[in-house]
Design a protein around this ligand. Structure first.
Ligand code: ATP
Length: 362
């Protein structure tokens, strides 16, 4: 079910200071697929999620789920949480330690007074779906972290919600388990025709899991797009920087030439992916990612987008070298293949492909 959020604002007062947790948020979350709210700690993700759930009362605005207004300040509408048809999975597993797996998953049905035979059938079906068949009578605490998270998922799914909301559900798992559970979750969710709203501050998780990412900062939605769009083709420097390591340099537009936009930057003159709307003299931010910088030993030839540089530092991290290269007036963060034979102090050419040089709003 589509979720439509219009003009949603929420402020808190803390220690005499006003905090805008949500600042005029407008958002349409599509009826299907995994929609992720991504942003730094304190940007308002949880407040937005809790407002959708009905656990938070915003100051202004409207929330509609599947066309039904569930909250509106102006119209005086508040549909309570249990009547919004949602499933939720939170950071802490939030499963009840004194109950068995069966009782945990059955709980939402029991509170709705579903007949016992139907409860048994639906719990069995849901446990089969999350691959926990045979675990019914196990105390919930005698499971691994990943299995406990699957119990929480089963409990959220058993009542067949049209929308499921996740608040940092994997943050208590160790790195390897987090990766596995993320893959499972993606598989489970893609088999259901359901709206999934996922909150995280972990950019890798957002990239790996989402169909659409909305990047938030200071109570506002900054940019929305597919993981590829957000990573390769962001429009705002905040987004490009937040979603992955990026070199961001102040630059001035020089000309539009042969399907490229030319800029002057601390690195020198750089041919970039075309932004035809820009005019000479416009101030922009030049952005390119470390993995798209090609380093070649020695001085560059007279080709386009090749700049002389010197290796300032280089650290071996297994799958790559990471380090810094001074080129022109810029200190660039670089990532190079592990078999590269370069040392600190070596002269290098820094080669940039124009299609990976993005021009962003300052
Ligand atoms: P995190 O990733 O750390 O959970 P978040 O992006 O989910 O952060 P929110 O929890 O929505 O952010 O908080 C948004 C802002 O509102 C923060 O500055 C936070 O300190 C503030 N805030 C949230 N709840 C309250 C509250 N009950 N009282 C006062 N301030 C609050």
């Amino acid at each position: 079910m589509e979720i439509k959020i219009s003009g949603l604002s929420k402020h808190y007062v803390s220690g005499g200071k006003t905090i805008k947790a949500l600042d005029e948020v407008d958002l349409i979350i599509p009826a299907q697929g995994i929609f992720t709210l991504l942003g730094p700690s304190g940007c308002g993700k949880t407040t937005l999620l809790r407002s959708i759930v009905g656990l938070e009362h915003p100051d202004r605005g409207e929330i509609a789920i599947g066309g039904e207004v569930v909250w509106s300040q102006d119209k005086g509408i508040y549909v309570p949480t249990e009547r919004r048809g949602l499933g939720m999975v939170f950071q802490t597993y939030a499963i009840w330690p004194h109950m068995t797996v069966f009782d945990n998953v059955a709980y939402p049905l029991v509170t709705r007074k579903v007949p016992r035979a139907e409860v048994r059938e639906r719990v069995a079906r849901t446990l089969r779906f999350v691959q926990l068949e045979g675990f019914e009578s196990r105390p919930a605490t005698r499971l691994s972290g990943g299995q406990q998270q699957r119990v929480a998922l089963a409990r959220a799914l058993v009542a067949e919600p049209k929308v499921i909301l996740f608040d940092e559900p994997l943050s208590n798992l160790d790195a390897k388990l987090r990766e596995e559970t993320r893959k499972e979750l993606r598989t489970f969710l893609s088999e259901l025709s359901i709206t999934a709203v996922y909150v995280t501050h972990d950019r890798i998780e957002a990239l790996a899991l989402s169909d659409t990412i909305a990047v938030m900062n200071q109570g506002r939605i900054i940019e929305i797009g597919s993981p590829e769009k957000i990573y390769f083709d962001a429009e705002h420097s905040f987004v490009a920087d937040f979603i992955g390591r990026a070199n961001l340099l102040p630059a001035t537009v020089v000309a539009q030439e042969e399907g490229r936009t030319l800029v002057d930057s601390p690195l020198g003159r750089v041919a970039c992916k075309a932004r035809p709307a820009l005019k000479p003299g416009d101030a922009v931010t030049l952005c390119f990612r470390p993995e798209f910088i090609r380093l070649e030993p020695g001085e560059p030839g007279p080709s386009h987008n090749s700049f002389p540089g010197r290796v300032e530092s280089l650290v071996f991290i297994g799958e790559a070298f990471e380090g810094e290269v001074k080129a022109g007036e810029a200190l660039l963060f670089v990532k190079a293949p592990p078999d590269l034979s370069l040392r600190q102090g070596d002269a290098v050419s820094v080669v940039l492909d124009p299609k990976h040089c993005m021009l962003l709003a300052v």
